[in-house]
Design a protein around this ligand. Structure first.
Ligand code: PLP
Length: 426
């Protein structure tokens, strides 16, 4: 099929009549489908049910420290869990702190502490007139929600195929000491599935921020979440690069087992330099006597070690891959060559990012809703929910069944076509 922009008005009108008729047929089916959030499906959650059996009423619950996991103690995580997550996050065991069930919670706390207490002796951000954050876009809505919540001004930085535009990042952080951080999802990014190149990571590590309390908020949520055996992205390790560049305190690295075991019932961690972690531990001991060690032990015993975890991720990939492939196949088949949208085929993570013609994303999401398909709200991938081009839409293929997903993908492409024709007809 020819590019829509090359069609005459008559041809567009004819096409619209045909598409509208198709849409009415789909609408009449009264469907109820959801491609809005990156949740694992029940089938994926079932993969971790063995975790329920590793600890029973007669299991020995003494961890390697010799502490009874049922009781208080071991503030920053039991050795077994530290080893497992350190291997997963590719950092030394001594450079990690295990937290509770959510890495987002750790990120929130990190910002909250900077607001009230500063960072390694700096002025608490709450006492400053202005605090700003760089936000690579499109990005993760919940990151932006945290910085918005604390009244931090967010500055968009465009993503490129190799990560955030580093010319802009370097320039802005060097000239403005109100810029205190940047949100990064460096591997299989949310929503584009982009992995930062070696050069991008090294440029991050070599940053020369005007603000001494500037930190990189490196959310490696999808570090081992590959879709394919033969096509996997590689990300070099940021903390090591920071150390080599003489900037050991520059980055906080976050991760969790949310999309490995159970979202909301996994374990989360932060990794950073000795100095940064010492500061976090000091504040942490006021906040809690310790996190859930029973859950830490359950995870450590279920996975055994990083090899067990990697093996487990292959099973997730086997479930996710056909779903991603189905959506990508539909996009290629139905939209290829029409020049009304572009998308990236990711090699891992949880999302496919779609860019419509400018000014169409909100209308596409609304159109899909009319036919019973819920998508992530257009604009959600930008700070303040404002996509300046109104073009980015995040597709989350993980949760629906494969059958539902195929129908959902057809509704999506139909909605894209109709809204694009409307736009071209003015
Ligand atoms: N970070 C990113 C980039 C995510 O996409 C998500 C969930 O979608 C999270 C963090 C949430 O992590 P957690 O469940 O550990 O809070």
């Amino acid at each position: 099929m020819a590019a829509y922009k090359n069609l005459s008005v008559e041809e567009l009108k004819e096409l619209k009549t045909k598409l509208d008729a198709e849409f009415e047929e789909v609408k009449a089916r009264g469907l109820n489908l959801d491609m809005s959030r990156g949740k694992p499906s029940a089938e994926q959650l079932n993969l971790s049910m063995g975790m329920m059996d590793v600890l029973t009423s007669d299991t020995d619950l003494i961890c390697q420290e010799g502490v009874d996991c049922r009781n208080y103690g071991v503030l920053d995580g039991i050795t077994e869990a530290k080893q497992l997550l350190a291997d997963m996050m590719e950092v030394p065991k001594q450079n990690i702190i295990i937290f509770g069930n959510s890495s987002l919670n750790v990120m929130y706390d990190q910002i909250a502490r900077a607001m009230t207490h500063g960072v390694l002796g700096s002025t608490p951000w709450a006492k400053l007139d202005k605090v700003k954050f760089l936000c690579p876009v499109p990005g993760y809505d919940r990151h932006f929600a945290i910085t918005e919540h604390f009244g931090i001004e967010m500055i968009n930085v465009p993503m490129t195929a190799t990560g955030p535009d580093m010319d802009i990042v370097e320039k802005l952080v060097a000239e403005d000491d109100a810029i205190k951080g940047i949100w990064c999802v460096p591997k299989y990014s949310n929503p584009q599935g982009i992995t930062y190149s070696d050069e991008t990571v090294r440029r991050f590590a070599r940053l020369k921020p005007a603000a001494k309390d500037f930190r990189i908020y490196w959310d490696n949520a999808y570090g081992i979440h590959h879709l394919y055996e033969d096509k996997q992205d590689q990300l070099i390790e940021i903390l090591e690069e920071c150390e080599k560049a003489g900037n050991p305190n520059l980055a906080y690295k976050f991760s969790s087992t949310s999309k490995i075991s159970f979202p909301g019932s996994g374990i989360a961690a932060i990794a950073s330099s000795d100095e940064n972690l010492a500061e976090i531990r000091k504040q942490m001991q006021v906040q809690t006597i310790g996190h859930d060690k029973v859950n830490q032990l359950r995870h450590a015993r279920f996975f055994g070690d990083i090899n067990g975890m990697v093996e487990h991720m292959r099973k997730h990939a086997d479930i996710l891959r056909p779903k991603f492939d189905a959506v990508l196949e539909t996009l290629d088949r139905e939209l290829g060559g029409l020049e009304i949208g572009s998308w990236i085929a990711p090699r891992g993570g949880y999302f496919i990012s779609f860019d419509s013609m400018e000014g169409c994303a909100k209308a596409i999401v609304a159109k899909a809703k009319e036919a019973g398909l819920v998508m992530t709200g257009a604009g959600a991938t930008f700070p303040y929910g404002k996509d300046p081009k109104d073009s980015n839409i995040r597709i989350a293929p993980s949760y629906p069944t494969l059958e539902d997903l195929k129908v959902a993908a057809e509704i999506f492409v139909l909605s894209v076509k109709i809204v694009s024709v409307d736009k071209l007809l003015g």
